[in-house]
Ligand binder design. Structure first.
Ligand SMILES: C[S@@+](CC[C@H](N)C(=O)[O-])C[C@H]1O[C@@H](n2cnc3c(N)ncnc32)[C@H](O)[C@@H]1O
Length: 251
């Protein structure tokens, strides 16, 4: 009780948080996985699952149900940018046994937790952890080979720090919560950098804060390397994820 009165979030006290029905070790070096992020993971699992029929999700404007393919038909190559505890990367590897997931983070401390979670869930042989800025640590041989880039990037503008709950502001890592400049700066950088890595028809799926869907969709629409964009909403109708598809080569 005494510990709790400091405002320290319960998952940091007990050292674990459930995500996608799996337990994840957490401490103050990583963001606590959020239920909203399951929308993004569930979408990708459904898209790439070999056993599920390819039904459409609750997406908005997309017409796309095609599964992107690369030269290697048997290996699904996915990327998780800003992996933190590894909750996205490890869940994808757990639910998609054909996937190899490259997971990056700027924080070496976060990657230690992600490694522990990958080992705990027996997917360490298919989750490759890389330290560095966004997509820059990816090996060059993945150029044009990635079927999906997923990310829950930091998206709270520093100017809104005082509006945040104390539990978040005082305990979660600042580099996991706050975006430099405006809240969608990291999304813009991902939109710019992902096409190099995505195969034709590959998708970029990014979590967003409430109110960020329109600027992020507009940013995608200005980039002719993408041909479609949609958003996924939570049960309250709030848009939580923007998905953009890499254009197929024409002619
Ligand atoms: C919002 S947290 C998401 C963590 C985890 N993926 C999740 O959904 O719970 C954002 C993560 O991005 C990392 N990050 C921040 N800036 C980054 C950058 N420039 N390149 C790579 N990772 C970055 C942070 O260290 C943090 O782990």
């Amino acid at each position: 009780m005494e510990i709790r009165s400091t405002g320290r979030p319960v998952p940091y006290i007990i050292g674990t948080r459930e995500f996608m029905s799996l337990p994840f070790a957490v401490d103050e070096r990583v963001m606590i996985p959020r239920p909203e992020t399951e929308i993004l993971v569930e979408y990708l699992v459904k898209k790439f699952s070999t056993t599920e029929t390819r039904k459409r999700g609750n997406e908005g404007t997309s017409q796309g149900d095609e599964r992107p393919t690369t030269n290697d038909e048997h290996q699904l190559v996915l990327v998780d940018v800003g992996t933190g505890s590894g909750c996205i990367a490890v869940s994808l590897a757990h639910y998609l046994p054909q996937a190899r997931v490259y997971a990056t983070d700027i924080s070496a401390a976060a990657l230690e937790i992600a490694a522990r979670n990958a080992q705990h869930h027996n997917v360490a042989d298919r989750v490759v952890l890389l330290e560095g800025d966004l997509l820059s640590p990816l090996p060059h041989h993945l150029d044009g080979q990635v079927q999906a880039v997923a990310s829950n990037p930091p998206y709270v503008p520093v100017s809104q720090a005082l509006d945040l709950a104390r539990e978040i502001r005082d305990f979660e890592p600042a580099e996991a919560v706050f975006s430099p400049g405006e809240g969608t700066v990291m999304h813009g950088r991902l939109i710019e950098e992902a096409p190099r890595w995505l195969c034709a028809g590959g998708m970029l799926a990014m979590e967003i804060a409430a109110g960020q869907a329109e600027p992020v969709r507009n940013r995608v629409a200005q980039d002719n390397r993408y041909d479609r964009v949609c958003s996924l909403s939570d049960l309250a109708g709030i848009e939580r994820v923007v998905v953009a598809w890499r254009r197929h080569a024409t002619g």
